[in-house]
Design a protein around this ligand. Structure first.
Ligand code: AMP
Length: 396
């Protein structure tokens, strides 16, 4: 069903409550990475230009009750600079003071509410709390893709009590790109999966099984598949309780004639540290006391070969422990290939979380088609699940 977007509503003079995802790193009282804030600017600007009154709501971190450390105040200051106007800030997200500040808000002004997670009712999706949030809004817009997989009061409950609801531009962009990975993707279609665990990616593999032409498997999760194939993986990260499942996935892929490509070589290390001794070896020669921390050069070449003709690519999870420079090569090389094929017309979609930080560390975020702002949310989207924050937006 086509979603109502911010463009479908008349915002003039209206109190527009926008759920944004301002869950950004704060260091020494300053915003350390403002990607998510910048991504929300088109929606905020649209409200300002349309003569609406923007009321922004977000969570930050996982506070237990009021905690200065998780205040959104530094974000209000940062946002003021980005927008070039003074963003007002409330000491709470509900209550008398908030209602007063909302009633004084003029057309084109922006108000940021304090961290919604200071109230435990938020995560409980408490109905009265959601109604309280709804009471300060004529229109509710959800633009927080990164929180769309959570049915919380500010992402789901509130939408039930506001007459007009819509998705914002960031949410629209995320849905459009991630949908391309699920509906009619141009072929060849390749999924690159990595990261720590197979268990986190099982549903994605199952959901993409009848869609992709090839899976490229790297990162810690590849170890469980290698062990399932009978290789010795030494002290590598392995999920022993998922070996049977890994075998089932391998045979399912074979039955369906889908390429399920595992590493043929790897970088092994004497310990889990950037200063560890390391060697390149084929996967059948991993030393019993060592661990696999990255894919090897032959694997990179094999992956590149599959990727060079791909027309659609989704990537979720790094190929190795990219946080350590000595084991980042596999991840960065994959990032480079994605940038290359994007310039030749392929649609390349990078799931949020660690893959997003990896591509940003490689300096290539703007060279791929789309980097999702949601880690968990993009994973659940690719699993084929309905995200509560998106389903809550309905034509009423
Ligand atoms: P995920 O959140 O599941 O995408 O996992 C990301 C994490 O997986 C990163 O912090 C990586 O350091 C880690 N990772 C990737 N490859 C390996 C590996 N071979 N061994 C241990 N951890 C890994």
């Amino acid at each position: 069903m086509k979603k109502i977007t911010i463009d479908d509503l008349n915002l003039k003079g209206k109190r527009v409550l926008v759920r944004v995802d301002f869950n950004v790193p704060i260091e020494n009282g300053k915003v350390a990475d403002d990607t998510r804030i910048r991504e929300s600017l088109p929606t905020i600007r649209k409200i300002i230009e349309s003569g609406g009154k923007a009321i922004l709501i977000s969570h930050l971190g996982r506070p237990k009750g009021f905690d200065e450390k998780y205040s959104l105040k530094p974000i209000a200051e940062h946002l003021s600079k980005l927008l070039g106007i003074s963003v007002k800030f409330t000491p709470d997200c509900i209550g008398e003071e908030v209602r007063k500040m909302v009633s004084e808000l003029k057309e084109g002004e922006v108000l940021l509410l304090e961290n919604v997670r200071f109230h435990p009712e938020e995560e409980k999706n408490d109905e009265n709390f959601a109604k309280e949030l709804a009471s300060i809004a004529d229109v509710y817009i959800n633009d927080a893709f990164g929180s769309a997989h959570r049915a919380h009061a500010s992402t789901e409950g509130v939408a039930r009590f506001v007459k007009e609801t819509a998705i914002g531009y960031l949410m629209k962009k995320e849905i459009e790109y991630l949908s391309k990975a699920l509906t009619n993707p141009e072929k060849p279609y390749v999924a690159i999966l990595g990261g720590a665990k197979v268990s986190d990616k099982i549903q994605v593999i199952k959901n993409l099984m009848d869609k992709v032409d090839a899976f490229l498997i790297g990162g810690g999760m590849a170890n469980t598949f290698l062990k399932a194939k009978g290789y010795e993986v030494g002290k590598s990260l392995v999920e022993n309780d998922k070996i049977e499942l890994a075998k089932e996935i391998l045979s399912e892929a074979e039955k369906r004639n889908i390429k399920f490509i595992l590493p043929v070589d790897c970088v092994i290390a004497s310990e889990f540290s950037n200063n560890a001794n390391f060697e390149i070896t084929s996967v059948d020669k991993v030393k019993p006391d060592w661990m696999i921390l990255d894919i090897g050069p032959k694997t990179i070449e094999t992956f590149k070969d599959v990727l060079k003709d791909a027309k659609t690519v989704v990537w979720n999870g790094p190929m190795g422990v990219f946080e350590f420079d000595n084991f980042a090569k596999g991840t960065f090389e994959i990032a480079k290939v994605l940038a290359e094929i994007t310039s030749k017309g392929a649609v390349t979609i990078v799931g949020g979380g660690d893959s997003a930080s990896a591509i940003s560390k490689a300096g290539l975020s703007d060279k791929v088609s789309h980097v999702s702002t949601g880690g968990g949310a993009s994973l659940e989207f690719l699993e084929g699940k309905e995200l509560p924050g998106i389903s809550a937006i309905k034509d009423k």
